[in-house]
Design a protein around this ligand. Sequence first.
Ligand code: 13P
Length: 278
Amino acid sequence: MDEQTARREIVNIGRLLYERSYVVSSDGNVSVRLDDGRIVATPTMTCKGRMTEESLAVTDDTGKPLSNTKASSELAMHLLIYQERPDVKAVCHAHPPHGTAFAVAGLAIDQPILSEVILTLGCVPLAAYGTPSTDELSVAMRPLVKHHNALLMANHGAVAYGSDLWQAFDRLETLEHTARIAILARMLGGSKNLPADAIEKLINVREAAGYLGESARCQACGYLHDTQMTCSTGDRPERSTQNDGFSINGSGKITLTREELLELLAQAAHSATAGNIW
Ligand code: 13P
């Protein structure tokens, strides 16, 4: 994509994010990776609904400024995603209310309740809290980026990414829509998960249709479920201390505090009823 098109699309997406209340005030940030590796990013501390094409910042692939405008304070998070995912050309970070409610409640969007979401997005894990604009956030997100197309950031918001800006936005929109439906279903007494064989069929369809590749399958075992789930590719993400805070070393030995053990047991009880394998 050329720089002028990227500028135009970032301004359009910024307006959409603002109009849909995915961001308020100066929340959120958006970037595009150009074919030559440069990054066009939203400026820091600016309302994303009122940007102009001239107001955007440009950096190199390490975040070094190539324009007078200061890029988003969270550019490091965008650069991390670009490093981990060569296929990704655009990143959208926002604070959509329903998705962010999950992030604030300490919940991932990982229950298999909607066929279309399994087809087009996959489950959305929760990265541990990290202070915005610091390395803490990148450390929490790094192990998750390869196997997911959108993440929740604890007590903060959501980020989605894709091969172009519209795909990144669409994924953010699906995340928010799913979170909203999940909350409404809870108010109606709770949602019913799809059974394992239906999920397997959906995964086969999504891979045949090219919605998501096999690497997305690792989300089934890469998030919270090392002790319970099997991985269809055998390619488990490396983890040390990850989003659940449990320490898992290379030998497979696990060290837990009493609180962590209690939390693990609670999660196991929850997963046993949820049938989460997607
Ligand atoms: P920036 O304006 O620096 O991009 O920060 C916005 C934001 O959402 C922080 O979480």
